[in-house]
Ligand binder design. Sequence first.
Ligand SMILES: Nc1ncnc2c1ncn2[C@@H]1O[C@H](COP(=O)(O)OP(=O)(O)O)[C@@H](O)[C@H]1O
Ligand SMILES: [Mg+2]
Length: 241
Amino acid sequence: MSQPLLQVENVETYYGNIRALGGVTVTVNHGEIVTLIGANGAGKSTLMMTVCGSPQARSGRVVFDGRDITRMQTHEIARLRIAQSPEGRRIFPRMTVFENLQMGASLDNQKYFDEDVKRIFALFPRLEERQYQRGGTLSGGEQQMLSIGRALMARPKLLLLDEPSLGLAPLISKQIFEAIGKLNKTEGLTVFLVEQNAFAALRLAHRGYVMVNGQVTMSGSGQELLANPEVRAAYLEGGHH
Ligand SMILES: Nc1ncnc2c1ncn2[C@@H]1O[C@H](COP(=O)(O)OP(=O)(O)O)[C@@H](O)[C@H]1O
Ligand SMILES: [Mg+2]
């Protein structure tokens, strides 16, 4: 098989003197949904941000599409078509839904603009209904749809999603996860998904990793991790079964 789309090799990331990632190795292959689960503070967002170059890894390597991006700037990495829906969504609240989508489009993709907006409206019809509304007036679920839609406007090869279901009602989370699954199935989009909502994320994912205190402690197929007693005890008990 061809090389992985994303290879994170033994990465260490620090905030000042505090080591947030202690030698993390994660692989994402073309066409996969890979999920990273772990408790609050485990280092999940730090890993995702390290892939995007801010903060940068202090040691180890991040290789994307065969290219070492460990020392690249965030805007250069974005140009390689890694798009992110960050934790907390970070849409532009004073801009309309349509303008938010415009912001996500990269300059070299302008010729696809109308087609891409159509695709995103087909995926999330709520965004079409609300296209002239300001982002800040949307519900949490709609803001998450917009955050994903904006990332998709860049025609990413790799979509990074940081806790898309955080704070959303179960029915809305379900819609978001279904949309991610659909993008993967119909367009072959490769997704790296960070979630505390372990059940839904592992069900959706081809493979998963468990992170504890800045280190990967377990990995396997989504099904294997769902069935694993330690994973169940730590992340699933008390939730869905
Ligand atoms: N900007 C920051 N400055 C200092 N420490 C941080 C910063 N961001 C995160 N941390 C610390 O790094 C660790 C990992 O955080 P984070 O990656 O946000 O975890 P998660 O996303 O899994 O909840 C935590 O101990 C957190 O307190
Ligand atoms: Mg986080």
